[in-house]
Design a protein around this ligand. Structure first.
Ligand code: FRU
Length: 509
């Protein structure tokens, strides 16, 4: 047997064996640190969101999945669907490794005009465009083991057929050549593929998703380059009648607070070339735990972003079982002009409101030392906290539990920075870089602020200045946090403080 055939057999076997194992191990969704309002697989390893597409009133979330363990392994595409972006139904594994390799990250589109010719009996094809990563080629030391392939589904993503002539974009001899994100470019009536190639982006175009032509390259000399470029996304949004193009580029390592992170560029795209407006480096999320984030396709003018809520620095050793990793809360992206810069904003998608259990609002609080839970009651599950102030001052908001473990989030006026500090947040010993304080700049120069925190059993997401500064952070306390205390050395007045308790998306369905 040739080495290649052997490796392929192993890969296929892993797929089958692990599918059985999956049936035996199911998460109950009440385990320690289990996210209650975020997507996580019942069991086993998950990383990047893939193939996110809205079709037939359904959101499809595919994801990098290894059904054979709780660490990264031969990659499959897991699959889940949702009607409201919040409650997810698990679906069978969508794509298994095959003779061309593991199924790495990529995207999916609804080919409504049947440009691919894959339609049958009037059924519109969903087409997945992904990287085939050949582990045998990697082991053998070749540089062409990552290639782009396609597969299609005629039953709303349930079953998939891989295209017979895969791969559709062949590797030109660059090891890191992956994560195709495809979008329809209406002005040119063609598909555009945005591909991460080591330290830059290559754009390709195609009339039919099968035949691809290289258009241009972008990015070697711009943006952050502390690590390899991965998982890009290109789309446009309207800002006061003007079309602004956004290019998302994930990078690992080299993030602003260490490890993996998501940077973005604003600019113009003419169907061939991306021309940036900016020369500075910008991050979509400054926290350490949003990675590989991209947007759903086929959502019209609305752009919904979702990221993997972890960091390659420690993702494989975080203390959870029988699963590892969750996704962020879906976020609606927007654009705000600050000075001459078009900045991206992120806000929790409004569907989060479908989870509201109860809500308490307190007004005109002097927050020099304010015990939120003394008034609003003990925290017992996930919640959203919205704080509105006419004059932002230095403050800290401490989430804590009975043993005294805590996560502190706040604003430091003299440094003009938001921060999240998880130094004493409980279990941190699994990684020496985990117990840290992380910072993010404030971009708004307005005196007032609207801050939203979304807190789950093992995560906090900060959206400050209506989403101009965003931070995502995970943590693992021995007991869930039950208290909230706000403190400020100044005379910090909170105009309104709304604490909204959220219902679990998994329990008591
Ligand atoms: C990003 C990434 C992608 C790759 C996938 C493999 O987290 O490294 O570049 O396709 O994960 O699982």
């Amino acid at each position: 047997m040739t080495r290649l055939k052997y490796i392929v057999l192993i890969a296929l076997f892993t797929g089958c064996a692990t599918a059985n194992k999956q049936a035996l191990t199911r998460g109950a969704y009440n385990e320690p640190h289990r996210p209650q309002i975020h997507f996580s697989p019942e069991a086993h390893w998950m990383n990047d969101p893939n193939g996110m597409v809205y079709y037939n009133n359904t959101y499809h979330l595919f994801y990098q999945y290894f059904p054979g363990g709780t660490k990264w392994g031969p990659m499959h595409w897991g699959h889940a669907t949702s009607k409201d972006l919040m409650h997810w139904e698990h679906q069978p594994v969508a794509l298994y490794p095959d003779s061309l390799g593991y199924i790495f990250s990529g995207s999916a589109v609804a080919d409504v005009n049947n440009t691919s010719g894959f339609a049958r009996d009037g059924k519109i094809p969903l087409v997945a465009i992904f990287t085939h990563h050949d582990p045998a080629g990697e082991k053998a030391g070749t540089s062409t083991y990552q290639n782009q392939s396609i597969a299609y589904s005629l039953d709303d993503g349930k079953t998939w057929t891989k295209y017979a002539n895969n791969p559709v974009v062949k590797n030109p001899g660059i090891k890191d050549f992956r994560d195709p994100k495809v979008e329809w470019y209406e002005a040119g009536k063609k598909w555009i593929m945005t591909l991460a190639v080591l330290d830059h982006i290559t754009f390709y175009s195609s009339p039919d998703l099968k035949n691809w032509t290289k258009e241009s390259e972008f990015g070697k000399e711009v943006g952050a380059h502390g690590g390899v470029w991965e998982c890009p996304d290109l789309f446009s949004m309207d800002y006061n009648g003007q079309r602004i193009w956004i290019l998302i580029v994930n990078i690992n390592p080299g993030g602003p607070n260490g490890g993996s992170a998501t940077q973005y560029f604003t600019g113009q795209f003419d169907g061939h070339t991306f021309t940036p407006f900016q020369t500075d480096t910008r991050w979509l999320d400054y926290g350490p735990d949003e990675y590989a984030g991209i947007t759903f396709s086929n959502t019209g003018n609305r752009k919904i972003f979702l990221g993997w809520m972890s960091n390659w620095q420690y993702a494989q050793v975080v203390p959870t079982d029988p699963w590892r990793s969750a996704m962020t809360i879906p976020r609606d992206l927007g654009i705000e002009k600050v000075g001459e810069k078009y900045l991206l904003t992120s806000r929790p998608s409004p569907e989060l409101n479908t989870l509201v259990a109860t809500s308490t609002t307190s007004e005109n609080i002097n927050a020099t030392d304010y015990n939120v839970t003394a008034t609003a009651g003990k925290i017992t599950g996930p919640f959203k906290l919205q704080l509105s102030t006419e004059k932002l001052e230095t403050f800290s908001l401490t989430l804590s539990n009975n043993p005294g473990e805590k996560v502190v989030v706040g604003f430091d006026k003299s440094a003009n920075e938001f921060y999240i500090d998880r130094t004493n947040s409980g279990k941190t010993e699994f990684d020496k870089g985990f117990a840290k304080r992380h910072i993010a700049p404030r971009f708004s120069s307005r005196p007032n602020d609207e801050i939203t925190l979304v807190v789950d059993n093992a995560s906090i997401e900060l959206f400050a200045d209506n989403g101009l500064t965003t931070m995502t952070e995970i943590f693992f306390p021995h007991e869930t946090f039950s208290k909230i205390q706000i403190q400020s050395p100044n005379n910090f007045l909170i105009k309104s403080l709304q604490l909204t308790r959220l219902k679990s998306i998994w329990l008591n369905k």
